[in-house]
Design a protein around this ligand. Sequence first.
Ligand SMILES: Cc1ncc(COP(=O)(O)O)c(C=O)c1O
Length: 391
Amino acid sequence: MSHVMDTYARQPVAFVRGEGVWLWDETGKKYLDALAGIAVNTLGYGHPKLKKALSERIDSGVLHTSNLWRIPSQEAAADRLAEITGLDEVFFCNSGLEANEAAIKIARKYGHERGIAEPALIVMEKAFHGRSLATLSATGSRKVQAGFEPLVSGFVRVPLNDLDAVRQVAEHNRNVAAVMVEPIQGEGGINVARLEYLRGLKEICERQQWLFISDEVQCGLGRTGKWFVYQHAGFLPDVVPLAKGLGSGVPVGACVAGGRAKGIFKPGNHGSTFGGNPLAMTAVITTIDTIKEEGLLANAARVGELIRGGLPHAADIVEVRGMGLMIGVELARPCGELVKQALDAGLVLNVTADSVVRMLPPLIMSEAEGREVLDRLVPVLTAFLEKRAAA
Ligand SMILES: Cc1ncc(COP(=O)(O)O)c(C=O)c1O
């Protein structure tokens, strides 16, 4: 019996080697990876630039120093994030929930500075922001919250893509200091916020002087064909929490702030022992530079389009959703067993929100490999739908 705490329903497969978009399990079986460790392995496996940069970091002997001292690689990583986000300052942490905790703290402090005694954030139904007490309270899923009450207060929930609901809150609730939204909900089922909606939300934020927090932990960092989803909508948010793909497999998160959120945190307001250490910063710098050097934004758009366009039309496929290499296929019924069936066919994917097949491939996936995803997925999907139709 394993001594690992039993918090996950794991598949009985272990990947022990990887190269490009390919993985091998303990028996030597080869798989095509259309999940990237849930949007983490941006550069796939064994990318030569990442291997070289991390090896050099290890050779330097300095993996960690602490935020008591200057960290030049942290400054260099922050410069890059400021450039690609269009925002001003970066707090580094180690995960998505930490990036969101920082965002929630910034929103509360911003509210207090505006004279709001009990600042609140507007959050969305079906959102996922993490599993700390504050971020699970912000999350729009009873399954995530159940058993952990009392929840953290100060969150007002509205449906995604419903501006009237936000206007109603604006009219009746004087405590709101910020809106927090995933522009494409990942765990919730690849639910895409309409760009018109995002622009409308931004306008309301401007009018009300609320912070706009764009949780791009899953959808950000190039996956949709631009660095960030708000760039498709054409405006700047105030806060952008990031993690997952930021370090291509090295754990790292970041809370990027600008606009009204700039300068809210002062020395002593927030901290993290590991946050922004030289090992993680080397991964961030290399990930961002490689996305640029290898044209991976355009690649994500192109290969994503190819995969979405090649999915079959069938009565039991409710909708194909997403942007770039963030792809959801909603089926008419729960389809958890598809994960195992895809593994059997040598394809790694995931099912979320019970009935949505989710693919988040590495951004280095080529068009040929995208076609290979379809070659493996379509028969599995078709067999699943036919079997269910016959049952
Ligand atoms: C949009 C979003 N925010 C936050 C998180 C939490 O990130 P982490 O698991 O690194 O704490 C996730 C994780 O799935 C996410 O998808």
